[in-house]
Every structure is written in structure tokens, then in C-alpha cells.
Design a protein around this ligand. Structure first.
Ligand SMILES: Nc1nc2c(ncn2[C@@H]2O[C@H](COP(=O)(O)OP(=O)(O)OP(=O)(O)O)[C@@H](O)[C@H]2O)c(=O)[nH]1
Ligand SMILES: [Mg+2]
Length: 317
């Protein structure tokens, strides 16, 4: 009855993979805008974030998920559980792998500890895919790191796993190969009316996105265990008459002795972090932002249900 060409398509693509594979970078690239934070550290993404890409009359809702890895802490278990639940419910599963370790292995070059760990996590995701009984799309990421020909044997090897219907060598960082990937994803989501406004690029409350921006700046600036033991809570958001917005955020840390590291000498560190976060927020909101950060110690924040539920994480894992 209705001509096929009039039909729009829409659906969910779960982006899963080992920590640091480049999932959030890829989601931002496909959406064409920053919706998820990115750092060089593992376990940056803590909860699923929806980024929305419009392409060829298709609305592709990309679910950026936390990295899948071997876990101990409650927060880690909740993160991994959320990632896998996202995959189960999605129309398409997109597995992102950092190809650098796989290329090194095939070329018999020495692997770094981080590469070995990341490949173990890749294998874990492959096992999960087999358990789910679903075929995935594989995005072999970071091909800007080596000669393009070196990727061919890796594609062949991973193809032999029998769990991927398609393999795309890409660079999420510079966009190589991502256009064909997007074409393919657009063709895979089912015929459906759009699920979101055609202009919307993210499904994340602004307050939460603001907390994420500050957390990214903290992670980029602070080192060792500290970034994994902190969270940011946007406590107040006040629209002002002059069009600006006043945002107050608590940086919550697990230990009193971390305070001095977050603050820095004479408060220099937190001041610099606040400046970076404010600049980015002003760009995102397109207006003046007054950002106030303060540090709170709460040794038990990671063990509190109140933290998990609003993020869609399961406390009882
Ligand atoms: N060279 C290179 N680096 C990349 C590429 N994609 C991502 N990266 C880098 O890899 C690191 C991790 O990127 P993220 O996007 O945060 O990775 P993720 O998979 O979301 O990580 P988690 O949220 O921790 O699971 C960052 O330093 C990125 O800049 C790429 O195509 N090439
Ligand atoms: Mg991420």
C-alpha cells in the first residue's frame, strides 16, 4: 500500500566492547556531536548513554555502554551488567575492538600489558555474543595506528569466529571507514516511525551531561586510582534572568586524603578543572555558565543505592 521509499527506519544499536576500545569516541563520531565523555583511561563510561544519529531516512539510536571486563567491585559489576542488558535489548549489536593488540599479535610484535588485558576482554565479549546467540557487527578500531594492509589478517582471523555478520575497519578518531559503517547500520534498523525528535542528538538529562563533562575533566587531570573513586553530582541548576545558568556541582570522593589531590596547591587543580568544564558547557549550552565546584568526602558513595538507580544501574548485582 504505502510505497517502500516513504518508510522511515529507526532502532537501537548497542555499542559494546572492552574498556578503552573507543566506543564513546565512535558514538560521538556517528552522532556528529559529543554526547559521551572520552578519556585515555579505562572505565570512563559508567552507564548507558543514548546518542542519536540521523542517516538515510533512518534514526539510529546508539547505546554507548560501559566497557565489559572482569569485575569485582559493585560499581563495576553494575556497569558490565548494564552493558550486556543493553546488547540483549538492541536491534543491532556493534562490537568495538581496539585493533592495535590484534595486529601486534599477528605480526609477532611484543604486546603491552594493557593490550593483553584488552584482548582478554575482547574475547570475553565474543563469548558473551556466543551466549546471547546473536551475530554482531564488528568495528575494528584505531586503524590510524598502523599500516592498513596489516589489518587484513586480523579481519580474517576474527571472521573465523563466526559471530560477526560484517567487519568494518575504522578509525573513530579520524573518521576513516565510519561512513560505510553508518550506511550499514542505517540499513539494519527496522522500518519504524522515528523514536525521537529528528533534531535530538542525545537522550540524557542536561544535569547529568553537565556532571559527565566535569567528570571527564577530572579524569583527564587526575591520576592513578583517584579518577575511579570519584563521582560528580549536579546539585543545583539555576536559570538566571540574564540568560546565563548557575551550576553547582559536588565532586564526591571516597577518601579524605584524596581531597588535597583534587584541590591542588592553593586550590589550583580544581580551579583549572572547573575552568575547562565551564568552557565546554558554555559551548554545549551556547550561553554563559557560572560553575561552582566543591569537594565532598563520602566513603560509601559507591555502596549507596541512590547513586545507581538514577543512572539505570542495578544496585543488587
Ligand atoms: N588512535 C586512536 N585512538 C582512539 C580511536 N578511538 C578512540 N581512541 C582513543 O582511545 C581512548 C579511549 O576512547 P573512549 O572512546 O573513551 O573508549 P571507550 O571504549 O568508550 O572506553 P570506556 O568508556 O572506558 O569503556 C581515548 O584516548 C581515545 O582518544 C581511534 O580511532 N584511534
Ligand atoms: Mg566510553
Amino acid at each position: 500500500m504505502t510505497p517502500e521509499t516513504d518508510q522511515t527506519r529507526a532502532g537501537f544499536v548497542a555499542v559494546i566492547g572492552a574498556p578503552n576500545a573507543g566506543k564513546s569516541t565512535l558514538v560521538n563520531r556517528l552522532v556528529g556531536q559529543k554526547v559521551a565523555i572520552v578519556t585515555q583511561k579505562v572505565q570512563t563510561t559508567r552507564f548507558p548513554v543514548r546518542g542519536i544519529a540521523m542517516h538515510n531516512d533512518a534514526q539510529i539510536v546508539l547505546l554507548d555502554t560501559p566497557g565489559i571486563f572482569k569485575t569485582k567491585r559493585r560499581l563495576d559489576r553494575a556497569m558490565v551488567k548494564a552493558a550486556l542488558a543493553g546488547a540483549e535489548d538492541a536491534d543491532v549489536i556493534l562490537h568495538v575492538i581496539d585493533a592495535t593488540g590484534w595486529v601486534a599479535e599477528i605480526l609477532k610484535r611484543p604486546l603491552t600489558g594493557a593490550q593483553k588485558k584488552s584482548m582478554d576482554d575482547d574475547r570475553r565479549v565474543m563469548e558473551d555474543l556466543k551466549t546471547l546467540g546473536r551475530k554482531g557487527i564488528l568495528a575494528l578500531n584505531k586503524i590510524d595506528e598502523f599500516d592498513h594492509l596489516e589489518i587484513l589478517p586480523v579481519i580474517q582471523k576474527l571472521n573465523e569466529e563466526g559471530i560477526y555478520s560484517e567487519i568494518f575497519p575504522i578509525s573513530a578518531a579520524n573518521g576513516d571507514g565510519t561512513a560505510s559503517l553508518l550506511d550499514h547500520l542505517a540499513s539494519l534498523v527496522p522500518e519504524s516511525p522515528y523514536l525521537y525528535d529528528a533534531e535530538q542528538t542525545a537522550d540524557l538529562p542536561m544535569r547529568l551531561l553537565a556532571s559527565e563533562v566535569t567528570r571527564e575533566k577530572l579524569m583527564l587531570r587526575l591520576h592513578q586510582e583517584l579518577p575511579y573513586q570519584l563521582m560528580v553530582d549536579t546539585e543545583t541548576w539555576e536559570e538566571r534572568k540574564d540568560g546565563s545558568v548557575k551550576i553547582q556541582q559536588a565532586v564526591i570522593i571516597g577518601r579524605e586524603n584524596h581531597k588535597s589531590m583534587v584541590l591542588g596547591k592553593g586550590g589550583q587543580t580544581i580551579k583549572e578543572i572547573g575552568k575547562r568544564a565551564r568552557e565546554e558547557l558554555e559551548g554545549m549550552l551556547d550561553r554563559k555558565v557560572h560553575l561552582f565546584l566543591f569537594v565532598k568526602v563520602d566513603e560509601r558513595w559507591m555502596e549507596k543505592r541512590d547513586f545507581y538507580t538514577p543512572l539505570g544501574l542495578d544496585f543488587d548485582v
